[in-house]
Design a protein around this ligand. Structure first.
Ligand SMILES: O=C(O)CCC(=O)C(=O)O
Length: 320
């Protein structure tokens, strides 16, 4: 029988052969003091926002009507400017250090972006007071280069208005740098929107309805866009942009519609350490395939999820 130590050594050697440098990278990702030193001044698992979260107010009634009839809404410039510039520095700092931008979620400031008062009020009204945050998040960064684009047209899930995405712009999102487009609910037959994920072909009338219904959503930095999970949307192409378009998205669910084992309190303490690092890795596994630049990180993300799972199985979803 083979010595177990030899088996483990061989496994580690094999992993190093397939994906060189993954082992040390995992240790670094798990090391909170590494992240603290990377961006000194930005807090991790501290949870005092150190300043206001939001500015201005939004009239609730038109937002509710808009969500019900169109499946999306905009809350203009609602994130406090101080929070916004720190979060943008965090995204760029993490990226400059060679990490996928999603690791910006290591830092508290990025969790605070989605907590502007009008956003929380809208989520409570739409999803109920006991709504929860899903463990998947994303940082979108559309480079100012020809060919760069946001995500292709899609829906975020099959739970209709029981899951809402909140997308916060860290830069202005314009027609030139890849702003979001939606197909408002009133312009798309419901069955076409719900079945969009599995749609293989479209008739000419369907295609015309989809093309004709598209609405561009340019917004200023600090604005939040919200949409139901069955609203078709996408990030457009960057054309002649002067800088990257950056946005950060989080998803929220009605408590009774949640079947995830990992859920976060959206208005309480932001997630503990292993949950947040595990969430970054699982988000790469879930969404990284949609971004060619991240495909090389899939092996690393998978190994990181396994490592977090070994430390605390409850910190990550049981799959993949
Ligand atoms: O920002 C983008 O390019 C797309 C955003 C998106 O599709 C999403 O958050 O689901």
């Amino acid at each position: 029988m083979r010595n177990p130590i030899d088996v483990v050594r061989e496994m580690l050697e094999e992993r190093e052969r397939i994906a060189p440098g993954v082992g040390p990278r995992i240790e670094r990702a798990l090391d909170k003091s590494y992240w603290a030193a990377l961006l000194p001044g930005e807090r991790i698992c501290h949870d005092d926002p150190a300043g206001p979260l939001s500015v201005g107010g939004a009239d609730d009634q038109p937002l509710d009507t808009q969500m019900s009839t169109e499946g999306w809404a905009e809350i203009d410039a609602c994130v406090a400017p101080g929070l916004l510039s720190r979060a943008k520095n965090v995204v760029e700092g993490v990226r400059d250090a060679g990490w996928p931008p999603i690791f910006a979620f290591v830092y508290d400031v990025v969790w605070h972006l989605h907590r502007a008062t009008p956003v929380r009020r809208l989520l409570r009204r739409r999803l109920g007071d006991d709504y929860r945050q899903l463990p998947y998040t994303w940082v979108f960064r559309v480079a100012a280069t020809p060919g760069a684009a946001g995500w292709e047209p899609h829906i975020d899930g099959s739970r209709g208005a029981d899951v809402i995405t909140v997308w916060v712009a860290l830069t202005d999102a314009t027609l030139d740098n890849g702003c979001v487009y939606v197909l408002p609910r009133s312009r798309v037959p419901t069955e076409l929107a719900r079945g969009f994920r599995d749609l293989e072909t479209a008739t000419r009338p369907q295609l015309i309805a989809l093309l004709h219904g598209a609405r561009a959503l340019p917004v200023s930095a600090g604005s939040a866009l919200l949409w139901d999970s069955d609203t078709i949307h996408w990030g457009s192409h960057a054309e002649g942009a002067h800088g990257p378009r950056i946005a950060v998205a989080a998803l929220y669910v009605r408590r009774s519609a949640a079947d995830e084992s990992v859920l976060f309190e959206p208005e309480g303490a932001s997630p503990p350490w292993l949950h947040r690092i595990g969430g970054c890795a699982q988000s790469i596994l879930r969404y990284g395939r949609d971004e060619p630049a991240l495909r090389a990180d899939l092996g690393f993300a998978e190994a990181l999820v396994q490592r977090v799972r070994a430390l605390d199985a409850a910190a990550v979803m049981p799959y993949p």
